[in-house]
Design a protein around this ligand. Structure first.
Ligand code: PEP
Length: 257
């Protein structure tokens, strides 16, 4: 079986001033200093990227953005392209459910962003996940499979890809999916990647769970065979809590190796 390095990524959303972000990044970097076997990514808002990049420069922590434009440059007021993030980030979240729901981003736009990110050498963290309505209708697997396929249309940089399964009903609600629910969908996501890109890429791609993860509930997610870590929102804004999540992931990773 392919061994995949776990990933714990923090999505700070629209929080933190540059100074607050710098302090948070320093706290996370120092808390994770002695922890091995987990890839840690922090995703501050654009205004915090430079400070976070500086604060984590001498650590193993990576910095990601929360969004990018699919366009390379030009008359797109207020937008940030992948090229503009050069030297600041290595990762970028695309297709977060808040971008989809609040800003009307379509699968087609998200696919274009993922392609633009990879073309600039960034690793896209492509988010998919069903609403409560879809889950209750019993269509969650089909919905996510379709969303994944459409959100990866034209995408070919398989070695750079990270996928995050984030059921909309679990984000910021304090009601995480059960590890079994997450495993079921993430196994389907891996099968979906296999269908598009083949078994080898499917078995290497890191697929994360996201939705109300904290240091208390992360363990059973990490124990599932297809779940490679977490995309963490609220709990990533407190360095102790976020480091606590990384600690659990690092311990389980060491035990598994
Ligand atoms: C997120 O913002 O991607 C997220 C998973 O948030 P939370 O952990 O707060 O549910």
């Amino acid at each position: 079986m392919t061994r995949r390095t776990p990933v714990i990524a923090g999505n700070w959303k629209m929080n933190t001033t540059p100074d607050e972000g710098k302090e948070l990044a320093i706290g996370i970097a120092s808390g994770c200093d002695q922890l091995d076997g987990v890839e840690v990514i922090v995703c501050p808002p654009f205004t915090g990227l430079a400070a976070a990049a500086e604060a984590t420069a001498n650590s193993a922590i990576s910095v990601g953005a929360q969004n990018i434009s699919s366009e390379p440059s030009g008359a797109f007021t207020g937008e940030i392209s992948a090229a503009m993030l050069e030297g600041l980030v290595t990762h970028v979240i695309v297709g977060h459910s808040e971008r989809r729901a609040l800003y009307g981003e379509t699968d087609e736009q998200i696919a274009a962003k993922a392609v633009a990110a990879a073309a600039a050498g960034l690793s896209p963290i492509v988010c998919v996940g069903e609403s409560l309505e879809v889950r209750q209708s019993g269509q969650a697997i089909e919905f996510v499979e379709n969303q994944l396929r459409e959100s990866l249309s034209g995408y070919t940089a398989w070695n750079q890809l990270i996928v995050a399964y984030e059921p909309v009903w679990a984000i910021g609600t304090g009601e995480a999916a059960t590890p079994q629910q997450a495993q079921e969908i993430i196994a389907a996501i891996r099968a979906g990647i296999s269908g598009i890109a083949g078994d080898e890429h499917a078995s290497r791609t890191r697929v994360l769970y996201g939705g109300s993860v904290n240091s208390t509930n992360i363990g059973p997610f990490m124990d599932r065979p297809d779940i490679d870590g977490a995309l963490v929102g609220g709990a990533s804004l407190k360095s102790d809590e976020f480091v606590g999540i990384v600690e659990v992931a690092a311990r389980l990773s060491a035990e598994a190796s």
